[in-house]
Ligand binder design. Structure first.
Ligand code: C2E
Ligand code: MG
Ligand code: MG
Length: 410
């Protein structure tokens, strides 16, 4: 309301200040009091901050990056995990590139970053950043910022038994002519009591509790039934399915998937199996065998979230992938970040040299699309095209985009 730098302006905001430097910390706490912040606390270390975060919730966490013991980046991780509602201000006396990297890490973890400050901190700058808490956050979907839900393995097991785990399909289109070339099956769980559960959360739960095999079976079964329907109606769209690392460690996975495909009446070449880059970081021999046999049987193989793991080029060259999916973190940053652009560029050059089809994930804007076109990417997936939809909606959604694509090819 008033522009006055006075009491009462931020009376309802609670702030945690984390800095090992006593002078900086107490100065910040005094500055906050000047700005009318009624509830604030100070922590002299990352460990102390974590203890305070376990006792009370804060709207804003102001943290130094460099601290002995637990540093600011470790603290950001526990903020993301335990208090995802909290916004963050970073302070540092160090290299601005490090500050930027920390800023990126925080945003990628879904944290609302209000900005960063360099020491000594001016009260005006501090106030400007705190004012930012009133503007809605722009990043991450709501699913990523809600508090952890009281779901557990038993509830998930029951949900699987009751067929509560369904799939949604997100289409993929060729950049050159807009034709729909594929769709990815994404697991969905709407709990009768808690509503939709974030996918990443229950996938992790399944992986930690031996339920992943049941979950994969259910997703595969639903996906194959859909692919069989599409083959019947002549819809030329491939279906992608995500496989967990646990599946790849099972040497009988190829036979199992093949017999499921036969039972459903699906040809393996209609199916792309997605494996994350992190998923192939373990025992190379078994994974290589499973991948090679899946490919021999005719399945297509995509390396998912490419760029987030550390696969060596040599190793990638030996793995029989047919497709590379560029991780959405690079797509998001590409328009404003030269480094992200150069990672996309070199990934696309590598993919072309290895003869791999390329799909960019998480494309949300026309600007990102234009950039990917210039860089020579084959296809896109993301909200710009469409979010995931119920499987029954896809044929009607896709068919005009397939016909017009064919028409323009003459
Ligand atoms: P993924 O395979 O990389 O899937 C893409 C994720 O990005 C999906 O999240 C999708 O909804 C989201 N997404 C798509 N377009 C956009 C966009 O334009 N912007 C943004 N911000 N996000 C977009 P979802 O459905 O929450 O799935 C998360 C992850 O969970 C998947 O990442 C995949 O690794 C895993 N997952 C999903 N379904 C299954 C499954 O059936 N089995 C296994 N093992 N993992 C699965
Ligand atoms: Mg995927
Ligand atoms: Mg991905």
């Amino acid at each position: 309301m008033s522009d006055r730098e006075g009491a009462g302006v931020h009376a309802d905001v609670s702030v945690l200040v984390v800095d090992d430097d006593d002078f900086v910390r107490s100065t910040l706490l005094r500055q906050l009091a000047t700005l009318g912040v009624a509830r604030s606390a100070g922590a002299a270390s990352g460990e102390q901050a974590r203890a305070l975060l376990a006792q009370a919730t804060y709207d804003i966490v102001i943290t130094d990056l460099q601290m002995p013991g637990e540093d600011g980046l470790q603290l950001l991780r526990s903020v993301a995990e335990n208090q995802p509602q909290a916004a963050v201000i970073l302070i540092s006396g160090v290299d601005p590139r490090l500050l930027r990297a920390a800023d990126d890490v925080a945003r990628l973890r879904g944290i609302h970053v209000l900005g960063s400050l360099t020491k000594p901190v001016s009260t005006i700058d501090l106030r400007t950043l705190i004012d930012g808490i009133d503007t809605p956050r722009a990043t991450k979907p709501a699913s990523a910022i809600i508090a952890p839900l009281p779901i557990d393995a038993e509830r998930l097991r029951k949900a699987l038994e009751d067929n509560q785990i369904t799939i949604a399909l997100q289409p993929q289109a060729l950049i050159k002519d807009g034709r729909i070339c594929g769709a990815e099956a994404l697991a969905r769980w709407t709990d009768p009591e808690f509503g939709p559960i974030p996918t990443q959360d229950f996938i992790e739960l399944a992986e930690q509790s031996d339920l992943i095999e049941l979950l994969t079976d259910s997703v595969v079964k639903q996906s194959f039934a859909i692919a069989a329907d599409w083959a019947q109606i002549g819809l030329p769209v491939r279906l992608s399915i995500n496989l967990s690392p646990a599946t790849l460690y099972a040497l009988d996975a190829p036979e199992k998937l093949l017999s499921q495909a036969h039972a459903a009446g699906v040809s393996p070449d209609q199916i792309t199996l997605e494996v994350t880059e992190r998923g192939i970081s373990g025992d190379a021999t078994d994974i290589l065998e499973v991948l090679a046999r899946l490919r021999l049987l005719g399945f297509r193989l995509a390396l998912d979230d490419f760029g987030t793991g550390f696969s060596s080029l040599e190793r990638l060259n030996r793995m029989p992938f047919t497709e590379l999916k560029l991780d959405r973190s690079f797509v998001i940053m590409a328009p404003t970040d030269a480094k992200a652009r150069s990672i996309l560029h070199s990934s696309l050059v590598l993919a072309r040299d290895l003869g791999l089809f390329t799909v960019a994930e998480g494309v949300e804007t026309a600007e990102q699309l234009a950039l990917l076109r210039d860089l020579g990417c084959d296809a896109i997936q993301g909200y710009w095209l469409s979010p995931a939809m119920p499987p029954s909606a896809l044929p009607a959604w896709a068919s005009p985009r397939i016909d017009s694509g064919l028409a323009t090819r003459k």
